[in-house]
Design a protein around this ligand. Structure first.
Ligand SMILES: Nc1ncnc2c1ncn2[C@@H]1O[C@H](COP(=O)(O)OP(=O)(O)OP(=O)(O)O)[C@@H](O)[C@H]1O
Length: 323
């Protein structure tokens, strides 16, 4: 559905995108994740023919983004960061006009607008003027506009930036449903870690214009970070002895705690507790911490995606087990 080779964009001396090779198959939902200025939007703008690459190639829906711009545009929907919809028209009319701009008949554009209003939950607001809609409703209308001509491939640049958590969850649900119902290939950019994690089956981490990781969220976390199991004991002496019982694993013992780095943490806890009990060392507490995509980014770059307010506060998932 989409393929890039050495895709590069320089703005004077800024290497915004620095040789990206990507292949996206039909029906995939891919998130481009990276900190501010990583090159996500610039990549999307090249793929949607809005700006030409400095070098490298990209084909989208089988057409070259430089030589066959018109064919590419007919087959894609692009929802940028700004607000696509105007303000004084009603949402339904905005959608119909957009369809007409893509060469659809009035009748076909109206029919498609009605379908999208239904599937994107806009029925209650479609007849209000755009200026009166909430941020979340307007964003959903933007998405409907990007879908009016039933594109095979939808590009969303930071779809949920600026929305409150409830509207964000709502929008994510609509995007997922849309994909389930129409099989649309979706490429979105985000710097919300949880959004990439929960929505995308594949996350492409971009930093300084380059792809630094590309896999499913689960595999990225398992491969680059793994789980942490923290055992608490009643005394330092017990903790030191427990470290001996659990040896052979990647572990640290300090104070009354023993910390183990491993994969598949929750599945390993029962066996470890059994070993400790057999040695007369019952643990007082156990905590399994599963990594986030931020931990993956930190592991790969030594920096946090959240630095500079790039991501939003997100705690590692903790599973507390009473023993
Ligand atoms: N038109 C432009 N002229 C000059 N520099 C640009 C232009 N567009 C982007 N850049 C620079 O290219 C780099 C990549 O920017 P880009 O907008 O692609 O990042 P991003 O990953 O989308 O960031 P954000 O999450 O903040 O949207 C940045 O250093 C940015 O300042």
């Amino acid at each position: 559905m989409m393929e890039t080779r050495g895709l590069t964009k320089h703005f004077k001396d800024v290497r915004a995108v620095d040789g990206i090779d990507l292949t996206v198959a039909r029906g995939e939902l891919v998130a481009l994740l990276g900190p501010n200025g990583a090159g996500k939007s610039t990549t999307l703008r090249m793929l949607t023919t809005l700006i030409p690459p400095t070098s490298g190639t990209a084909s989208v829906a089988g057409f070259d983004v430089v030589r066959q711009q018109r064919q590419v545009r007919q087959r894609i929907g692009y929802i940028g960061q700004g607000n696509g919809a105007g303000h004084s028209q009603r949402g339904r009319d905005e959608l119909t006009s957009q369809g007409r701009a893509y060469g659809m008949s009035v009748r076909a554009a109206r029919q498609r607008a009605t379908e999208l209003i239904e599937s994107l939950g806009l029925a209650e607001v479609a007849d209000r003027t755009v200026a009166t809609l909430s941020g979340g409703q307007r964003r959903r209308l933007d998405i409907a506009m990007g879908l009016i001509h039933a594109p095979d491939l939808l590009f969303l640049d930071e779809p949920s930036t600026g929305l409150d958590p409830q509207n964000r969850a709502n929008l994510q649900e609509h995007i997922l449903r849309l994909r389930a119902e129409h099989g649309t290939t979706i490429v979105l950019t985000t710097h919300y870690l949880d959004e990439a994690d929960s929505m995308a089956e594949r996350v492409i981490v971009i930093d300084h214009g380059r792809v630094i990781a590309d896999d499913s969220p689960a595999r990225l976390k398992a491969e680059h970070v793994g789980d942490t199991i923290l055992f608490g004991f009643d005394s330092e002496h017990e903790a030191a002895r427990a470290a001996g019982v659990l040896r052979g694993r990647e572990l640290n013992a300090y104070g009354k705690e023993v910390k183990i780095r491993t994969q598949g943490g929750p599945r390993q806890v029962p066996g470890m507790l059994e070993d400790l009990r057999s040695a007369g060392l019952p643990a007082a507490s156990v905590e399994v911490t599963r990594p986030t995509l931020d931990d993956v980014f930190l592991q790969l770059t030594g920096r946090s995606l959240r630095e500079g307010g790039a991501g939003r506060e997100e705690e590692s998932t903790r599973e507390l087990v009473e023993v």
